[in-house]
Design a protein around this ligand. Structure first.
Ligand code: ADP
Ligand code: MG
Length: 384
């Protein structure tokens, strides 16, 4: 892909790029809808990446091009960027937002010529947007010698998505794209942003993690995210804590009994139990017992389905058909209402489980899902 992106850049802009950078998509192993509750998440980077060829320009002109989008080159000026705040800026708002956010943070970033392409499926819950932001941030960090760390670039990229693009996402996706390392899942505390790389070498244990992209996206998602977020914040207020992360698992029953609103009770139960599941998964991985992670994935799915109510028929079908065919566990990953699920399987059962999921989709006349293996890849890096 590197050669193709260099060739594409050269054809577009008439000279070779200063360099080429890559940033991956991700799946979240466990810790869903916890990141706006100051909780824990545990993403791993996918081998799918956004790749950007970039040349610095000192005249303040910003030229953006995606091989995957229609409409040719988008030309802007770095010093004239202003947030649209409505999500209506098209794909170019992601890289442009990064330039804006870097400048807002006081970094002397000017123009650039950017040509990018990506193998991260878009809108599949695999975070193609963060890959785009982080690859742009890393390229500008190098070309303008900003000296920012991966974690700092993630914060800038999140700001770009929140304030410039207008999407109220948490910090997980950008941190995953920037900070994940090969062979590991990233334990991230979204309150203080402390991180730990947790070894996640499934192959050594005869296991595989499958990603099943349902290829559906239900429109419900956007408003539902804001509603869940608001409900969780109301729960924290009612319980007198800064965020639901502050409710200890041992205190969950008492907390639930004190809440009058059934909806808020469900949301609190999800967040507090999900945070606990992250800690349990880490304990199992540290104890070299990844098989036992399976049931926790399914437990997490049931919680997202029944308590938070962010699943959908297709995601439930993946989990049910995979588990019925002998998977160790499965759950939706990402925001839900479509997108992708993950399935933990014995390597020896991988084909059987894959076929069963495909058969279940075919039997209900659904579009065939896209199924691939998640092998924890490295975070954003320079490739040329
Ligand atoms: P996700 O991050 O889960 O894939 P989002 O809706 O957050 O879904 O981001 C998808 C958006 O990111 C696309 O609609 C598009 O605007 C932008 N995007 C992602 N990859 C590319 C690409 N290769 N070229 C242009 N735009 C892209
Ligand atoms: Mg996204």
């Amino acid at each position: 892909m590197t050669d193709a992106v260099i060739k594409g850049f050269t054809e577009l802009y008439g000279a070779e790029p200063d360099g080429v950078w890559a940033a991956p998509g991700r799946v979240n192993l466990i810790g869903e809808y916890t990141d706006f509750n100051d909780g824990f998440v545990m993403p791993l980077a996918l081998p799918h990446t956004a790749v950007a060829a970039v040349t610095r320009r000192d005249d303040g002109v910003l030229r953006l091009h995606s091989a995957d989008a229609d409409g040719g080159i988008v030309q802007l000026r770095a010093d004239e960027l202003a947030p649209l705040g409505s999500g209506s800026g098209g794909w170019a708002a992601y890289p442009a937002g990064v330039v804006w956010a870097l400048r807002e943070a006081g970094h002397a970033v000017g123009g650039a010529d950017i040509h990018l392409t990506s193998t991260v499926p878009t809108g599949a819950g695999l975070s193609s947007s963060a890959a785009l932001e982080v690859v742009t941030a890393l390229a500008l960090n190098d070309l303008y010698e900003l000296g920012l760390s991966g974690a700092e670039l993630a914060v800038v990229a999140q700001r770009a998505e929140n304030a410039f693009v207008g999407v109220p996402c948490g910090i997980m996706d950008q941190t995953a794209a920037a900070c994940c390392t090969e062979g590991h899942a990233l334990h991230l505390d979204t309150r203080d942003l402390t991180r730990r790389q947790v070894p996640f070498d499934l192959a050594a244990h005869g296991l595989e993690l499958l990603v099943v992209d349902t290829r559906v996206k239900h429109a419900l998602g956007d408003g539902a995210y804001a509603e869940r977020r608001e409900g969780c914040e109301a729960g924290a207020r009612a319980l007198g804590v800064t965020a639901l992360r502050d409710v200890p698992y041992a205190g969950l029953r008492a907390a639930l009994e004190s809440l009058g609103d059934e909806r808020i009770r469900r949301y609190v139960r999800h967040v507090v139990s999900e945070n606990h599941r992250v800690e349990q998964v880490i304990g199992l991985l540290d104890a070299s017992d990844p098989r036992a992670v399976g049931p926790l994935l399914t437990e997490g799915h049931v919680s997202l389905r029944d308590d938070l109510r962010v699943s959908c028929a297709e995601l439930d079908l993946v989990v049910e058909s995979a588990n019925a065919a002998g998977a160790l566990g499965a759950r939706m990953t990402g925001g839900g209402f479509g997108g992708s699920a993950i399935v933990l399987v014995e390597s020896s059962a991988s084909d059987t489980v894959t076929k069963s999921v495909e058969t279940a989709f075919a039997a209900t006349s659904r579009t065939a899902p896209r199924i691939f293996r998640a092998i924890p890849a490295q975070g954003a890096h320079r490739v040329a």
